[in-house]
Design a protein around this ligand. Sequence first.
Ligand SMILES: [Zn+2]
Length: 83
Amino acid sequence: MPIYAYEPRDAGRACPHCRAGFEQMQRMADAPLKTCPECGAPVRRVVAAPSVGSSKTSLDRRAKDAGFHQLKKLGTGEYEKTY
Ligand SMILES: [Zn+2]
């Protein structure tokens, strides 16, 4: 499933989950999210750069700058479950 990046439309209403942007795994057929799943603030989907790797890296760095490790933790947990 593709992973889509989102960012808040109104940073003033953003919660720790969406303030620095977040990634959401969705089916291609799913409609884009309009609101943050955590706080309900309006979000917009960030159009992915052609290179998915560099886009993810910069998002991770932004998340780290915000002191927010949820994305990384979630990824590790799912990885471990497959073993
Ligand atoms: Zn939020």
